[in-house]
Design a binder for this molecule. Sequence first.
Ligand SMILES: Nc1nc2c(ncn2[C@@H]2O[C@H](COP(=O)(O)OP(=O)(O)OP(=O)(O)O)[C@@H](O)[C@H]2O)c(=O)[nH]1
Ligand SMILES: [Mg+2]
Length: 458
Amino acid sequence: MCLENNDALATLDSSSPHRPCCFLFEQSTKNVGLSYLAPQREKFIHRNGGHFSLMVTGAFNCGKTSFINTLFNSDLAPVESLSSINSNDDSSLGLTNPLTSLKILNIELIEDGVPLELNVIETPGFGESIDNQCSWIPLINYIEQQFNFYAFQEEQPERNQLVDSRVHVCIYVIYPSNHALLPLDIISMKELNEKINLIPVIGKSDCLTYEELNNFKKIIKNQLIENNIEIGKFILDQSLKSKLTSQIPYAIINSNEKNQLIRKYDYGIIEIENSDHCDFASLRNLLITENMLDFIESTEYYYESHRSNCFNNRLKILNLPINENEDGLHQYLKYHQLNYQSYQRKINEIDPILDLKQKQLKDVFAIVVSKQENRFKEWKKALIEKQDELNADIAKLHTKLIGLKEIIYLLESGTPADEIDSNRTSLAQYYTDDSINDDESFRGISSSKSETHFFSFQ
Ligand SMILES: Nc1nc2c(ncn2[C@@H]2O[C@H](COP(=O)(O)OP(=O)(O)OP(=O)(O)O)[C@@H](O)[C@H]2O)c(=O)[nH]1
Ligand SMILES: [Mg+2]
């Protein structure tokens, strides 16, 4: 054994009192057994097994279920056996249903005596509805729920039987369009990447030629960079991180033969594990053979980040001052002084689904109001037209009345019948001229235009 730095204890930096000094056990000396830590860990995992939770989402009908079965080379996920945990039906409200349902499969796999408790979460029909702007929300809600569920268990007095349902990796299947990512893909991946290890893959990549596939991979990579989607941000192992960055998006092809990793066509066969045919083998190595524990480890960082945001938020929502120097116990006490209901109410106020429904109801209301306004406008127009018609009738009657009054006047003044026609024109002018309406000689047969409206022939 050799002490690499003999003066280490004496010269220990006082500003970092917990920094350990380094001892190096040389080959020549008899070691104390630290190198057996790895086999110890192996034994531990052999005994206790592992637990892995995988979410598979993305473009509908692009081979999500087939991928799960191909990945574990068995018929794990016949769609009917998956239990639905979330179905939202707002059709009674007349609203479009933008939500996705999740299906979960819990299964225990054993290989060479090593058990693995596997959770697979699939999202059949993701992005299938007309309005998909919120399709990603149920996925985020589910991931956060599992974090909250874990945090809640940690707060309990007994913690030796923790149920860990936190999701470790999300495979996001992209439609092999060879154009660009859809807005739904971008927003979903952006949101998921904030919460979880995200791995984008191109589904059914046998639908593209090699050239198209390489081109599409470049487009996707650029779009991920443009949208600040940094894959594996909490992966500590830098070599793994750079492997991930260089290999995404993985192009996958799924098997269509029972227990065989091949895809058969009339004209030939694709070997799923052959790296010249697709990236399935690299992805499986990454997920299972080589880096499963890395993903499980980095999930702790996502969990920590969620947990700290969550606890900070509940203080913020309640308008509690956050004092950086205050310890957790004080923050906890403050939180519990406040009414849980007011917290819940405020959470509802910022619930994006509620917000969306409110917007949809406002839109429906605006449509109803504008329809009613149009109806009123049409009624008003019809009434004005009717009024104009009546006014025209009144004007005609008025002219007729003036003519009749003229004849009466001429007859009463003893004008001979043959002269009446020639006098009528000048008299008509006289009666229709408002300036002479006050003339005494014509009182009693008033022809004022305004009075005419009330004139009765009876
Ligand atoms: N060409 C080709 N077809 C595939 C591939 N994987 C799956 N399919 C076919 O695509 C269809 C849909 O496969 P699923 O695995 O059910 O797809 P999904 O994404 O789970 O579908 P939803 O859950 O309904 O969104 C099936 O007919 C599969 O045989 C693939 O790699 N290449
Ligand atoms: Mg499916």
